[in-house]
Design a protein around this ligand. Structure first.
Ligand code: CDP
Ligand code: CDP
Length: 229
């Protein structure tokens, strides 16, 4: 008898994963887990301890003392401290793809993420959710959008926050991070074989959320039908 449902949403930066995941979680009353925020918090931890995010040896030093928690309002806590705004800094963004590529870091965070999904219905977004973290997820979405659509979305976000950054800088950061994320040795960014690819370039947020919910009910319907046989 199935107990908890899970939806995995993966894809490149700014493809709209977290916006969609939050909306879907709210409508279905599932728990939303932002795994990118966990890797960002670990990167912030390394930087605040003056360690080198590219060094696996340095990363290893912090793992035994690492405690991460996400609350239902979307805040992330590092060793008890709310670091939700710190994890969005440019310095963290520039270093996260290095810190998160080490095998020891991935093993630790993946096991925390799997633990979180064991006792709740969840929507989880990231880069390796469908392939590594939740290989048995009920629905796997691989969300994409053109690099220009993604850069425009991030640019609008930053301008609204009053940050000084050019469109070209944002576009280059997305291209750089996507390249590192999809070419790393451990858990690279790629669609799971059974993922449904959703191109959100021309979709509104509402359309995106509704598309995922419709796909989820189609899948869940299949599970129920199979259980009854
Ligand atoms: O929101 P944005 O797309 O800028 O990034 P994010 O989802 O917050 O993730 C930040 C970084 O964490 C990504 O560029 C990946 O390097 C890494 N990440 C990962 O390796 N695996 C995940 N499951 C989630 C994020
Ligand atoms: O989580 P990820 O990095 O994939 O992207 P996001 O943070 O959810 O979305 C990046 C920005 O694109 C946000 O400001 C969203 O409001 C916006 N967005 C959009 O304009 N249209 C969509 N269909 C989805 C997201």
């Amino acid at each position: 008898m199935k107990q908890f449902y899970s939806i995995a949403i993966d894809g490149p930066a700014a493809s709209g994963k977290s916006t969609a995941a939050k909306g879907v979680a709210k409508k279905l009353q599932f728990l939303y887990i932002d795994t990118g925020a966990m890797y960002r918090a670990f990167t912030h931890y390394m930087l605040s301890e003056h360690l080198n995010p590219k060094s696996e040896e340095d990363a290893q030093k912090l793992l035994p003392s690492l405690k991460l928690k996400e609350d239902k309002e979307g805040h992330i806590f590092l060793n008890g401290e709310d670091v939700s705004s710190e994890v969005r800094s440019l310095e963290v963004t520039n270093n996260v793809s290095y810190a998160c590529a080490h095998l020891c870091v991935r093993e630790k965070l993946v096991s925390l993420q799997q633990e979180m999904a064991r006792s709740e219905n969840v929507v989880m977004d990231g880069r390796d959710i469908g392939t590594v973290v939740l290989p048995d997820a009920d629905l796997k979405i691989y969300q994409i959008a053109s690099v220009d659509a993604r850069a425009k979305r991030r640019y609008d976000e930053f301008i609204e926050q009053g940050l000084k950054i050019t469109y070209e800088e944002i576009k280059q950061d997305l291209i750089r991070r996507d390249y590192i994320d999809s070419h790393r040795e451990h858990s690279p960014l790629r669609p799971a074989e059974d993922a449904i690819v959703l191109d959100t370039s021309d979709m509104t947020i509402e359309e995106e959320i509704n598309a995922i919910i419709t796909l989820f009910y189609q899948k869940v319907g299949d599970i129920w039908n199979n259980t009854e046989k």
